[in-house]
Structures are given as structure tokens and as C-alpha cells.
Design a protein around this ligand. Structure first.
Ligand code: 5GP
Ligand code: ZN
Length: 160
């Protein structure tokens, strides 16, 4: 973590500077029990190195964390006695992230647990098909055109 980054509770836990219940470790990832679980068995899969969100985590590492979550999923499911599961990433403050050290939530679910990620969103309307098509075409164009993609990511980096 760079000096300019504020104090990080997950870095502390990874460095052994706080109580934590670890359930998985390898050279780049660690998984531990969430301190305030939705249900018992709620696990956080975390990179050892400090990355903030989807905007800065290397894709291979993000894939690895997802693989770890998938490995843990049947174990947590079996131990929790629940078939159902949410895999959640809150990336950025506007998306509900509270701890700014990237992590994947693995949340075992029961129908009556009172937790919800309400989709489809009640406050949304269904856009016209032409708008959905236009957005899909823009995404396809960006994926096919690496130069355009580079320019777009540079513009995003400077907030333009
Ligand atoms: P976020 O809102 O950033 O996606 O989720 C942060 C999660 O980290 C929350 O579910 C919260 O309960 C958990 N958390 C916050 N502080 C600690 C801590 O000190 N230890 C552990 N194990 N989990 C924490
Ligand atoms: Zn950190």
C-alpha cells in the first residue's frame, strides 16, 4: 500500500495486526470470516497486496480471487446447510464499498434471512430496445478496437 493511501484495516489483518479468522491462504490470496456476517459462513476473499477496487486490481488476480471463492463456495454451502449463495463485489463508494481493499463477498443464503440485493431495481424503468441495442453496439466496438479502448481508459483515468 502506498504512503498516500489511508490506513487499511484489511492490510492490518493480513499483516497479523488484528484478530481475524482465516479459512484459506495462498501466496496471493487470503480468505477470512466477515466480522459482521449476513449469515454465519460469510467469507471475504481478499488479495494479500493492497488494491482498492476493480479499477486497479490486475485482472489475473481478480480471476484468482474468484476461483478461490468458487472453491470455498461448496464447502461453505455444505457447512451452512444452505444451497443458495451470493457472490458480491462492491467496487467503489457509489457501489456500496466500505472497506477500500478489494474483496469478494461469499454469502451463504437462506430464503428467510432478510438480506436482499433487490434486482431488478424497483426505481428503474425498462429502456427502449433501441437504447439497449445502442449500448450493446458501443461495448462491442470498444472491445474490438484496442486503440479506442486505450484512449477511453486514459480519458477515464483523468476523469474526462
Ligand atoms: P464492503 O461494504 O466494503 O463491500 O464490505 C466490507 C465488509 O468488511 C463488511 O461486510 C464488514 O462486515 C467487513 N469488515 C469490516 N471490518 C472488518 C474487520 O475488521 N474484520 C473483518 N473480518 N471484517 C470486516
Ligand atoms: Zn489494504
Amino acid at each position: 500500500m502506498s504512503e498516500s493511501v489511508k490506513h487499511c484495516i484489511f492490510c492490518d489483518l493480513i499483516n497479523g495486526a488484528g484478530e481475524v479468522s482465516i479459512c484459506y491462504e495462498d501466496s496471493s490470496a487470503i480468505a477470512f470470516m466477515d466480522i459482521q456476517p449476513v449469515n454465519l459462513g460469510h467469507v471475504l476473499v481478499v488479495p494479500r497486496e493492497h488494491f482498492e477496487s476493480l479499477s486497479d486490481i490486475p485482472p489475473e488476480l481478480a480471476m484468482h480471487l474468484f476461483e478461490v471463492a468458487l472453491r470455498l463456495s461448496p464447502v461453505v454451502r455444505r457447512l451452512h446447510g444452505a444451497e443458495d449463495m451470493n457472490l458480491v463485489v462492491n467496487s467503489g463508494a457509489a457501489a456500496g464499498q466500505n472497506v477500500f481493499h478489494y474483496h469478494v463477498h461469499l454469502i451463504p443464503r437462506r430464503a428467510d434471512d432478510g438480506f436482499d440485493i433487490p434486482l431488478p431495481f424497483e426505481g428503474s424503468t425498462m429502456p427502449d430496445r433501441t437504447l439497449l441495442d445502442a449500448m450493446a453496439v458501443r461495448i462491442i466496438a470498444e472491445l474490438r478496437d484496442p486503440v479506442r479502448r486505450q484512449i477511453a481508459s486514459r480519458l477515464a483515468a483523468v476523469g474526462a
